[in-house]
Design a protein around this ligand. Sequence first.
Ligand code: ATP
Ligand code: MG
Length: 419
Amino acid sequence: MKYTALKGIHDIFPPDIYIWKKVESVAEEVLSSYGFHEIRVPIIESTDIFIRSIGETTDIVEKEMYTFPDKAGRSITLRPEGTAPVVRSYIENHLYNMPSPQKFFYAGPMFRYERPQKGRFRQFYQIGAEAFGAAEPKLDAEIISMLKLFLERLSLKELNFEVNSIGCEMCRPDYKKALTAFLGDRTDALCPDCQRRHSHNPLRILDCKVNACIELRKGAPQVTNYLCKECKEHFGELLALLKLLNISHIINPNMVRGLDYYTRTTFEVTSEHLGAQKAVAAGGRYDRLVEEFGGPPTPAIGFAIGMERLVEILKTCQSELETPSPKIFFATIGRQADREGLSIAEKLRSKGIQVELGYGNASLKSQIRRADRLNADYVFIIGEDELKSGRIKWKKLKDASHGEIGIGEIESFSGLFQS
Ligand code: ATP
Ligand code: MG
């Protein structure tokens, strides 16, 4: 019997795990500097939470959710995204009683039953941020700027920032009407998904990737021309602030995002290094969602970064993987030397120094080979002669320099504390 991970689901292990950890620590550092605090929400929630927030006629709800009954017959869903659980938690725990805006970030796995391909998995990780309680475009600009700073800290370049405004419940109906009128009686030519969308969710036709739909929507009215006065002002101010902050961006009137809860600002960061699935991060405003969930009226905005895609770019653009490596490798010959090696290793490890030992009576040569493969700084060789004389030989693998040291002096060996 051969066990394998489920289709579209991957393990993350060394050396890649160190890129993941680096990304997570940079995210925490940058997001903290903007006053975002970590929130940990469950991986499973009641199914209606997602249907209600993401929307019934979205790809996620129609096709992609891992939904199953629990033993009591309740419908449970593995979270396909993080915003809905955070909103649920915000309301349930009365977090709105704290001074606004409240800012949270999360990191963890999401689940979508999609067709696995490059950059698209069934379990994938996101780092997300959500800010509640401020309606002004200043927050939108700050959030986009925070995302840019985070990506810059990771030395990522050649990224495109795309922004759009999809209006609000006041002006969007007019736009929907205009769009449906534009498509008129040509809807038979749309892909089957868009034919369905046409009556319930026509905006989604704008970001359909099927050629026929791309063709058909050429010359379609643009949502930015239908914004009400308030939405227009909001978008205008956001664009002015992005200019002020030197954030170069593209206005993409077709970027409507796949989740129904968005209002006004939507944005996406794409990379030319990724091929077809090129969105690294995406987000937008959702000013109505908290209220629709039974909370007080609370404007909000958030985004999520796709970790796998980000790591993919880091791997293509940066060759160095920072895998932690041992400072010292004790190559030991014989049982007594083995014990001595173990005993010194334990003292050094208690000081936080990474130490590795030889195993399985391996020859000196093969122990040194392993030390080399582990990228150890020093090999300390302990055999019978060394035990007798109390002095052991060391070798620095990088430059082949070598020397001798008294066994009792190893702990204070100055080389151990330099990189
Ligand atoms: P896409 O258009 O690529 O399907 P989306 O609109 O479904 O993206 P969001 O729900 O906004 O994506 O999620 C934010 C980010 O999470 C995406 O930009 C992407 O980087 C990542 N992401 C989304 N779905 C997947 C997936 N199935 N596998 C890997 N990463 C994903
Ligand atoms: Mg998707």
